[in-house]
Design a protein around this ligand. Structure first.
Ligand code: ADP
Ligand code: MG
Length: 878
């Protein structure tokens, strides 16, 4: 567009857009937000809007798309979900009061990671903006900010893999990758599918970071609470982004909480996915472990439970403290039920507190806060009446510490100030209760008086004019008027002034009406303005107590989680495990909490597990058994029991003793790892390498069919070497499921610290029956043919396979297939010999030669059919 063709509005638009080149600019024009140029094209596609043009047909045609302002938040939400950033440019004055062009300003930049509005928030989980930064060659800094709860946390990570696992745990909506940390961008895009990953190029040094954090938290505060420089730098990026999102608004962060990755049980991204902790294989939440154990009644409780599940503890004393709280609710079912029932009235006090602090609270939020506070005495009463005097200990209270801060003063203020059923918006009126403020009461009296005056005037006018159907009416555009129907218009007194003619009659006004209307308008205005002031004042008064409300919210969330875990433990018959510093892992009658509920149809077979990294204890279990026997389930339930135990929960087992684990590492062999859609052998090996490098003596390693993604020899060799290394060098508690029976030899040479177990099955009339019961020793056979039958492989093929198997097992197949001389190695390595022999035996045959010569990639289906026919002919000839 040429400069000369720019209208003042377009110039204004271009200036606003220049400040936010990376955002879609919503430009307010009257009742619409308009988008222009490339933004219009992009938004039209993303939101399915009609693309039109400004100055259509002219040479300076500008693409344009718009959304009605009242529906904007829905559209913005959709754009955020697709990863866009949106800048909102508002009209800064009422167009009717401005001469010339209306001033406009960008008042808000909305990005996926920063959400204040309920519409964009999931109540039951945190909504994180995460920043990762680094100064080479130092460690990475990671910071996470949830502006809806005011939490800002930061930590340090040594390498890319640790960054990825931590971010998978945080599950952010948006990630800012600083210039020093560019290498994490790609792995993060892959691992955090829900997040928008942005690389930011502006450098930020230590001084700049301190300037940002000092301004937010107080000078030097950040360094005092978080010793890591890169972590602070990442935190500063988060705060800066939140500030930029809304110039002039405070960011609701009062402190920076630093943590070390080693403080909690480390669950890397593959483990989180494989164990389906918060999301099932198909990506849904249903079917995840979290869905199974989330019996919380409040949103803040749900968020806390999720956080605890993904960051279990490693300190015995702390785990026991949490277990005590859960136990209280398990042993007191009446109290648990009552508390949970009363909790239903508790709203999201944590997010309400932030809304108050940011002056974003709506009248309804005050109603919700009041309802929450009203529930507190009942909750306290429930706990107080608990017959077991140790309830206070169980919930970690000091001797004469109150159960919680009931915030009576705030409840009192809310009760006096806020009407019973406050409206959604302050401008709707009726927010403040009658009797709270003399001024407001007076204004309201005048309003009501004014309405009475109208009624009186109407009666008087009817009588004086002799028009019985006369009515006084009001519209926003015309104000008050006298309505007279056609047949009576002649009776209208001369002093009435005509306002408007309509088809059914005339509209008039008169001095008396103007006077009353004026009084009424004045009273209404006065009431509205007084009410707005009072509402703002109430919010300000409450906002002074935000820290108290936050502590209250934290306390309620912790009770909610303890009661919920108590409920689950009782409902599903779980037990309290013993947690200690040992290296044991003993589970009696353990179950998989999700499989048991969702797919075993009430017939889940429990199993025992005994591992111990101490001298003479079996630390490595080789688990064998046919497909579908339950190997994966067994190993997963073991890892899940450890995670549940260390988050402070009961576990799905009759009893358990668990020496604290520092990290749980699980890997699934490539061909078994369909869920992640990356079944390449390379990924499998990378992950295996990761496990071997990261595991310590205190870790729990679960390897599921590693080595499957390559040829038999390769696979076996790798599986063997990995198992050996785990056993000999890492010496941690480990389970290794394998279909390589050869591997069980390891148990013989490494007894008693390595044991073979099998998940049993029986063959009955050629059908396989899975018993899912663990037995000592290797599986006697692999039941492959029975499995094939179960899967519907045609009977002639099965019959042939049975014959071949028998021959192979007796070594007679060799004769039938024109064998070369038997290799001498068979006696030394019987199992390998089998493969070898098979490979050599079929070395030369016309059909085989023909088969080898085929280029499968170029074969059409028709040619393939012909080929099969000719192969069969050749086979029959010999
Ligand atoms: P594998 O890894 O040996 O192939 P899985 O662990 O995947 O077998 O289990 C296959 C199916 O068998 C599971 O989906 C589950 O429905 C069922 N299953 C597994 N373990 C048990 C058990 N202990 N009791 C009952 N059903 C089980
Ligand atoms: Mg399996």
């Amino acid at each position: 567009m040429s400069k000369s063709a720019q209208t003042p509005v377009m110039r204004q638009y271009l200036a606003a857009k220049a400040g936010h080149p990376d955002a879609l600019l919503f430009f307010r024009m009257g009742d619409f937000y308009e988008l222009f140029f490339e933004d219009a094209v992009v938004a039209a596609r993303a939101l399915d809007l009609t693309l039109t043009a400004r100055n259509k047909g002219a040479t300076d045609e500008v693409p344009m798309a718009g959304v009605p302002h009242h529906a904007a938040s829905g559209y913005v939400q959709k754009l955020l979900e697709q990863g866009f950033k949106v800048a909102i440019c508002e009209q800064m004055a009422d167009p009717s009061t401005v001469k010339g062009i209306v001033p406009r300003e960008v008042v808000r930049v909305v990005t996926p990671g920063i959400a204040y509005d309920d519409a964009g928030l999931d109540a039951r989980r945190n909504h994180f903006l995460v920043a990762v930064d680094r100064e080479l060659p130092g460690p990475f800094g990671i910071a996470a900010l949830d502006v809806s709860t005011g939490e800002l946390t930061a930590c340090e990570a040594a390498d890319v893999a640790s960054v990825v696992s931590e971010l998978v745990r945080l599950d952010p909506r948006e990630v800012l990758v600083g210039p020093g940390a560019g290498e994490v961008a790609e792995p993060l895009e892959e691992a955090c599918a829900k997040a928008v990953v942005r690389t930011v190029s502006e450098p930020l040094d230590a001084v700049g970071a301190e300037a940002i954090l000092g301004g937010q938290l107080g000078v030097g505060e950040a360094a005092a609470s978080c010793p890591s420089e890169p972590a602070r730098r990442a935190a500063a990026r988060c705060v800066a982004a939140a500030r930029a999102s809304e110039a002039g608004r405070p960011v609701p962060v009062a402190r920076l909480v630093s943590y070390a990755l080693g403080d909690t049980l480390i669950l890397d991204d593959a483990t989180q996915a494989h164990l389906e902790l918060v999301r099932a294989v198909d990506g849904s939440e249903r079917g995840s472990l979290l869905a199974q154990i989330d019996a919380t009644t409040t949103a803040a409780g749900a968020r806390l439970l999720r956080r605890r599940l993904l960051a279990p503890l490693t300190t015995v004393a702390e785990v026991r403290r949490r277990q005590d709280a859960v136990e209280l609710f398990v042993t007191q079912p009446g109290m648990r039920a009552e508390l949970r029932e009363r909790m239903v009235d508790v709203g999201d006090v944590e997010r309400l507190a932030v809304k108050l602090a940011l002056d974003r609270a709506a009248p309804r939020d005050l109603g919700a806060l009041r309802r929450s506070l009203a529930a507190l005495p009942g909750l306290v009463d429930t706990l107080e009446r608990c017959p077991d005097r140790s309830a206070r200990d169980a919930l970690g209270l000091e001797d004469d510490q109150p159960w919680l801060d009931e915030c009576n003063d705030l409840f009192d203020l809310l009760s006096r100030a806020v009407a019973d059923d406050p409206p959604a918006r302050a401008s709707d009126g009726g927010v403040i209760r009658d009797g709270f403020d003399r001024d407001l009461d007076e204004a309201r009296d005048l309003m009501r008086g004014g309405q009475r005056l109208i009624v009186d005037l109407e009666t008087r006018l009817r009588e004086s004019s002799g028009i019985p159907s006369l009515k006084l009416r009001f519209t926003r555009v015309f104000g008050w008027y006298i309505e007279v129907t056609k047949s009576h218009v002649v009776k209208a007194p001369a002093e009435w002034r005509r306002k408007q003619t309509i088809s059914s009659g005339e509209r008039f006004t008169c001095d008396a009406l103007d006077e009353v209307a004026d009084k009424l308008a004045h009273a209404e205005e006065r009431a509205a303005s007084r009410e707005a002031d009072l509402f703002a004042e109430t919010v300000r008064d409450l906002a002074r107590h935000v820290q108290r409300l936050r502590s209250l919210a934290a306390c309620l969330a912790a009770w909610d989680v303890a009661a919920a875990l108590g409920e689950v433990a009782h409902r599903d018959d779980w037990s309290r495990p013993v947690i200690d510093e040992s290296l044991e892992l003993v589970l009696e009658d353990a179950r998989h909490p999700v499989v048991e509920k969702l797919s075993a149809g009430g017939r889940f077979v429990p199993n025992d597990v005994t591992l111990g990294a101490g001298e003479g204890r079996p630390r490595l279990w080789l688990v064998t058994g046919p497909n579908m026997a339950g190997k994966s389930t067994l190993m997963r339930q073991t890892a899940i029991a450890v995670i549940l135990a260390q988050m402070g929960s009961y576990i799905p087992a009759r009893s358990g003793r668990i020496g604290v684990v520092d990290r749980v590492l699980t890997r699934v062999g490539a061909s078994d790892n369909l869920s992640r859609g990356e079944s390449t052998f390379m990924v499998e090996m990378k992950e295996t390498a990761n496990v071997l490098r990261r595991a310590t003596t205190r870790s729990l390693v679960v390897l599921d069919e590693i080595g499957r993604g390559t040829s038999t020899y390769d696979g076996l060799a790798i599986a063997w070497a990995v198992a050996e290394h785990l056993h000999d060098t890492v010496a941690c508690r480990a389970m290794f499921a394998t279909h390589y029976h050869e591997l069980t030899e390891l148990a013989t040479t490494r007894a008693p610290t390595c044991e073979t177990w099998s998940v049993s099955a029986r063959e009955h009339d050629g059908d396989i029956v899975f018993l899912h019961k663990l037995q000592r020793g290797a599986a006697s056979r692999s039941y492959g043919i029975a499995c094939a039958r179960l899967a519907g492989v045609p009977e002639p093929v099965l019959a042939r396979a049975r014959v071949l198997l028998g021959e192979l097992e007796q070594g007679t197949a060799a004769r039938n297939l024109d064998p070369p001389p038997r290799s001498g190695s068979k006696a030394a390595r019987p199992q390998l010999g089998l493969f070898e022999a098979a490979a050599n035996r079929i070395a030369s045959h016309p059909a085989i030669d023909a088969l080898r010569a085929v280029d499968v990639d170029r074969l059409t289906p028709l040619e393939a059919l012909g080929l099969v026919a000719s192969l069969q002919k050749m086979a029959n000839r010999t």
